[in-house]
Design a protein around this ligand. Structure first.
Ligand SMILES: [Zn+2]
Length: 318
């Protein structure tokens, strides 16, 4: 019988072996859907002189994405009609599929069920109508902070309600803390430190590449095949400035960008989550039954502690 540690070692060995084998035999089958949260970033839109930077880039690159909208962001700045137009442009773009991310981005663990439900309903008011007019489906929901609730009862109650409302919970398998790198990147730019900004952006891309390989290898080892992935990032400046760099990473790793609908049809995404807390980590971990094994897997994740330390220092000084 294996201890958890040796079991993890087995998985890591399997990762290395299967990744090596698969890198020769099944390259074409590596697939990934891109999802972008916290759309529309109206504060950045104002900073950019009302230019929808990330949307224009995605459109010009010709890739399909699914966005998760916080309609409340329309009212974050003094330019409601411009912001409404921005939301309209995102939702009506032919490469974009829209989902609900609540109105004002509350953490479900921290609020009552009824308040959270109202926030979801309010968050759909404009988008649902726009999608209907444009014959687009509107069915995906993603929890802010990927916080599904503080315990199994809280999680069960909202899951039941979301199903009744015909929402599909949207997981993710890979992310790379873009929100943290973005904070540092903007801080560098505000300080006029272009060298540090470049280094931060390079670290973000490097970390994305490391996480892509880590989660893909882990999934391949667990499921003994290539699984389609869901990549999570945000509508922010670092992605607007370096989205081409992200795509280059996917391309170099032979990942094809595909639609979220296709990814969600895979059996992997029909699995039950075994995690009953409010932390926002990858579903690859949530599908692991053993708490100890999950913890060990997490500890093997590529780390960027020095950047998190810098981030926390800045937050504290604020
Ligand atoms: Zn969010």
């Amino acid at each position: 019988m294996f201890t958890n540690f040796s079991f993890l070692k087995q998985i890591v060995i399997l990762c290395l072996l299967t990744f090596h084998v698969f890198s020769f035999s099944a390259l074409a089958q590596k697939r990934l859907a891109i999802t972008i949260d916290d759309v529309p970033n109206t504060r950045q839109f104002e900073e950019d002189g009302f230019k929808p930077s990330l949307l224009q880039l995605i459109d010009s690159l010709g890739i399909e994405v699914t966005i998760f909208i916080n309609e409340g962001k329309i009212y974050d700045t003094d330019f409601e009609s411009d912001n409404f137009q921005l939301l309209y442009d995102w939702v009506s773009n032919k490469r974009v599929r829209a989902g609900n991310h609540t109105f004002s981005h509350p953490r479900y663990s921290a609020v009552e069920l009824e308040a959270f439900q109202s926030n979801i309903i309010k968050g759909a008011a404009i988008t649902a109508e726009l999608c209907k007019k444009q014959d687009k489906t509107y069915q995906y929901f993603r929890f802010p902070y990927n916080d599904l609730g503080k315990d199994s009862l809280q999680q069960l109650r909202i899951a039941k309600w979301l199903k009744e409302q015909n929402y599909l919970l949207t997981p993710f398998t890979i992310e790379s803390s873009d929100w943290m790198f973005n904070y540092l990147y903007i801080n560098d730019l505000k300080n006029g430190d272009t060298l540090s900004a470049k280094q931060t952006a390079a670290a973000y891309l490097k970390h994305t590449s490391a996480n892509l390989h880590f989660f893909d290898s882990l999934a391949t080892a667990i499921y003994q095949r290539d699984i389609p992935h869901i990549f999570l990032c945000h509508d922010n400046k670092i992605n607007a400035d370096f989205f081409s760099g992200l795509l280059e990473i996917f391309k170099q790793s032979e990942f094809e960008i595909i639609d979220l609908d296709v990814v969600m049809q895979d059996e992997i995404f029909k699995q039950q989550s075994h995690y009953y807390g409010g932390a926002g980590f990858s579903w690859i971990y949530r599908w692991v039954e053993s708490h100890d094994l999950r913890k060990e897997m997490m500890q093997a994740e590529p780390e960027v502690q020095s950047y998190f330390d810098r981030y926390h220092d800045l937050i504290q000084k604020k």
